[in-house]
Design a protein around this ligand. Structure first.
Ligand code: AMP
Length: 173
């Protein structure tokens, strides 16, 4: 597959959802079949043969990559969701986002003790969301193999919250 400049498919939207935030819009990438395929491929390849049992990702944009990656890796998928969305008993954690505070939930039987879990999201900004998912997976007894993003906003140093983890991103902006 010829390499595509995926950065060209990320649209910068100033002052969304609140003033002062430069939002990285992935929808141009999602609607282009070759860019989407290459993004999923480049997010998945480092984890092939790594014994990943489950991809855990975060609603809503994380799901767009996490589900496809789970198929590519031949593993299962675990949705991590906002409060009130999951129908079964949940385990939860509070976290701080670049522009608000929130709670994330996962079904308490979503991860079996010792299962190897890859955490996936579209963008890492402050790192708070991914760190919360790592905490949730470990609360359930899972082993976090690593954390994969499409886009890393390097200036926000989100990686610092994931110190000691294998953190990968396809694009550093
Ligand atoms: P954080 O917890 O600060 O790393 O924020 C990451 C989460 O918020 C991801 O789920 C992103 O989808 C979203 N997010 C935060 N900041 C941005 C941004 N500047 N552009 C796009 N998405 C963002």
């Amino acid at each position: 597959m010829t390499s595509i400049d995926l950065a060209r498919y990320i649209r910068d939207v100033p002052d969304f959802p609140v003033p002062g935030i430069l939002f990285r819009d992935i929808t141009p990438l999602l609607r282009d079949p070759r860019a989407l395929e290459e993004a999923v491929e480049r997010m998945s390849t480092p984890w092939l043969g790594r014994g990943v049992d489950l991809v855990a990702s975060i609603e809503a944009r994380g799901f767009m990559f996490g589900g496809a990656m789970a198929v590519r890796l031949g593993c299962g998928f675990v949705p991590v969701r906002k409060a009130g969305k999951l129908p079964w008993r949940t385990c939860s954690v509070r976290y701080t986002l670049e522009y608000r505070e929130d709670v994330l939930h996962v079904h308490e039987d979503a991860v079996e003790r010792g299962q190897r879990v890859l955490v996936v999201d579209d963008v890492i900004a402050t790192g708070g969301t991914a760190a919360a998912v790592v905490e949730l997976v470990e609360k359930l007894g899972g082993t976090v193999v690593g954390v994969q993003f499409l886009v890393e906003l390097a200036g926000l140093h989100g990686r610092d919250l994931l110190e000691g983890r294998e953190v990968r991103s396809v694009l550093v902006l």
